[in-house]
Design a protein around this ligand. Sequence first.
Ligand SMILES: O=C(O)CCC(=O)C(=O)O
Ligand SMILES: [Fe+2]
Length: 295
Amino acid sequence: MFSDLFRSNSKLDLDPERAPQTYALFDDRQGYRSYAQRCQQRFSGTMNSAPGLLTQQGLEHVAILSAPEAGELLSQALARTDESITNKPQIDYSDILMIRDKIFLETWFRKIFQPALTAKLTGYFQSHFLIYWYTFLKAKPADQAVRSFLWHCDKGPSAHLKILLYLNDMQEHRGNTIFLDRATTARFAECGYVFGSVKKRTDDLSELAKQKGIPFQPHSWDMKAGEGVAFEPSQVLHRGILPSTGFRYVLAFCLLPSPIPWDQAFTGNNHEGFRADYTWHPHAQDLMKAILVSA
Ligand SMILES: O=C(O)CCC(=O)C(=O)O
Ligand SMILES: [Fe+2]
């Protein structure tokens, strides 16, 4: 029994130093904490006073579009796909649909970031926010979970969010995304699981949880077209559940604090994300300059 546990956990490659080092890298060395503070200082709008679930636990299920709207968005997106970049199957199972129609993007992003969602995000960041990048993902049925479909946190600043907007019903594909809240993730970070190498990710943290006395209750929802989850990907462990009975279409947004509203940042930046290759600006000051030059 002991040797089994030892073996399974040694496969996990646990290192408690990794999480604090990773947060320090982005928040301190790469300047994302002071960037967020500068965005907060510039913000002069009003904010909801009560912190919501997103602020409290690092994730929140949100109703974003109606089901017919999500269906319309999906069929328009598929009709406008210029090319799709197919990831190697051994890396992931998602195609990225490339859409460059500016009017399409502008129209739908405005429908998505309605005042209610914008207020929630502004309340979380305590500032404006921007779309750092976005991507249309088409995940295909597959048997063996890899990468995003294994438990992980995304490397990046503490203060950044992802929104996964489901464009078709879970019922159609049986795929999903499941999450642990921020407090539970912090316990797994203390025992060294978080930010390990991609090869050492696991699809089952229940054994480690049992061994360390961590309560293990993943959050997930029966995602309908138009529903989404907003979460802190660097502080909330998450994993995709592969679709099995059809394609899973998800529109993903990576959000950062911003000195100006998202729509000004987006149009000022030629209707594009700020990072075409989904990496981070080496220093947040470079991002601040890029936003203010284009504004
Ligand atoms: O595909 C999924 O459900 C998970 C995606 C993910 O890991 C992410 O967006 O950071
Ligand atoms: Fe992720």
